[in-house]
Design a protein around this ligand. Structure first.
Ligand SMILES: NC(=O)c1ccc[n+]([C@@H]2O[C@H](COP(=O)([O-])OP(=O)(O)OC[C@H]3O[C@@H](n4cnc5c(N)ncnc54)[C@H](OP(=O)(O)O)[C@@H]3O)[C@@H](O)[C@H]2O)c1
Length: 400
């Protein structure tokens, strides 16, 4: 049906690309474009003969609008799926406007020299995308992504108003390393070492990093400690949910992960301030990334499950109501299917679904949108079909 250009060829992209290739009726042609072309070539070789999707590869520096536009003008994609890093969001959006392609991503823009992510930079493109008749779909991973779709689904089918939302992200997987991150280490560590915050009564309440801790008993995983973090979907959901009073985001971490992280922080290894080392500038966090295990290599060794979902509290027909929507995903099952662990899988599948809905027109409106601004039903159906089935609980244990 259409052409998609995927930018980046890391852990998440490799899953999304394989899912696009399982869905050749929609994704008839793919261009895999990334900084290291050999990774694109290796994935193309792995897929050749197993899919009807025609695959091309190219090298691109996604920090360069000029390079991106040249590649887009040559390939003429209907949709560009950005699975590089959040630093590249704005150059890729700019290039889509110049070359006339729709845009989908999974993480909001973050300036490389400030560990702060916010939607304001990407929302500033609304008018330009609208006038160009192009659609930009932001945050189509799991969180953000499926969590926003779950919220839109709860709002559409189960509530007149949602008053409280707790997003719980549990990774019960064990990779056997004392310390490793399950997606890009630089982005992951910037996220978890930042101050926490939650949305309450129209404003942000800030906390110290990891200050708020709770224990929760997750179906499929068991009891885990989880910590309140700032997370990007809080910003858009705070604007898009009717009657919302409070949104919090919790993620589970093991004691070993936190102890290693504290130690690395104490010695300055998580800093993003450049230092001089043997006459050249290096960023400690980027050096740390280079010595940590590549998240893409965790697949064969990770066992256990993830459970990510949303607990809603609100009212329907004047009566209070609780509702929990979640997905359980098994690391080893993901590895058998696509050679990746569940964190890449739970992000790559929704990235493919978002690109599919923009490509086939069901989620295509000129402008810049967050996932919860579209009809959740086709996305929810696609989750069941493409490997992330969801479950519901009408009597969930609340988070205090
Ligand atoms: N929403 C969610 O639920 C969720 C969850 C996890 C991750 N994410 C997001 O998913 C994205 C990918 O994460 P990941 O774990 O797959 O990261 P990754 O494994 O580090 O992959 C990133 C890819 O982008 C490429 N890249 C980096 N800079 C580039 C540039 N300037 N030009 C071209 N290509 C470039 C890298 O190329 P090299 O191979 O040369 O390094 C690599 O192939 C990130 O934005 C992350 O924040 C979202």
């Amino acid at each position: 049906m259409g052409k998609c250009m995927v930018i980046g060829c890391g852990g998440v992209a490799s899953v999304a690309i394989q899912k696009c290739c399982q869905n050749s009726d929609v994704f008839s042609e793919l261009l895999l474009a990334s900084r290291t072309k050999s990774k694109c070539d290796a994935l193309r070789d792995k897929l050749q003969g197993k899919t009807r999707t025609k695959i091309e590869t190219a090298a691109v520096d996604a920090d360069s609008v000029e390079q991106l536009v040249a590649l887009m003008r040559a390939f003429r994609p209907d949709v560009v799926l950005n699975l590089a890093l959040p630093y590249q969001d704005l150059t890729i959006m700019e290039a889509c406007l110049q070359a006339g392609a729709h845009y989908v991503d999974t993480a909001n823009y973050e300036p490389p020299d400030t560990a702060k992510f916010e939607y304001k930079w990407q929302w500033a493109y609304r008018e330009r995308f609208r006038q160009a008749g192009l659609c930009a779909l932001l945050g189509s991973g799991f969180d953000p992504g499926v969590t926003g779709v779950f919220a839109a689904y709860a709002q559409k089918h189960h509530f007149d108003e949602i008053h409280e939302l707790d997003i719980l992200d549990c990774n019960g997987g064990d990779h056997g390393y004392p310390f490793a991150t399950n997606f890009n280490p630089e982005i992951n560590i910037r996220e978890v070492t930042a101050k926490g915050s939650y949305w309450e009564n129209g404003g942000w309440v800030e906390t110290e990093p990891m200050e708020i801790k709770r224990e929760y008993d997750f179906k499929g995983v068991g009891k885990k400690d989880m910590y309140l973090l700032h997370h990007e979907e809080l910003e858009s959901l705070g604007q898009n949910l009717r009657g919302i009073r409070r949104i919090r985001f919790f993620m589970t971490f093991s004691e070993s992960y936190l102890t290693h992280l504290r130690c690395l922080q104490d010695v300055g290894m998580t800093s993003i301030e450049p230092i001089l080392y043997e006459g050249r500038e290096i960023v400690p966090l980027q050096f740390l990334k280079a010595v940590l295990p590549d998240p893409a290599s965790l697949g064969p060794r990770t066992v256990g499950k993830t459970n990510i979902g949303c607990i809603f509290h609100g009212v329907q027909n004047g009566a209070p109501k609780d509702y929990y929507l979640y997905n359980i995903c098994d690391h080893q099952a993901c590895y058998r299917e696509v050679g990746a662990q569940a964190v890449s899988y739970t992000t790559g599948v929704p990235a493919m679904i978002g690109a599919m809905l923009v490509m086939d027109g069901r989620w295509n409106r000129p402008g810049v949108w967050n996932v919860e601004e579209f009809d959740p039903d086709p996305f929810m159906e696609a989750l069941n079909r493409w490997g992330l089935p969801w479950e519901e609980d009408f009597h969930p244990a609340p988070v205090d």
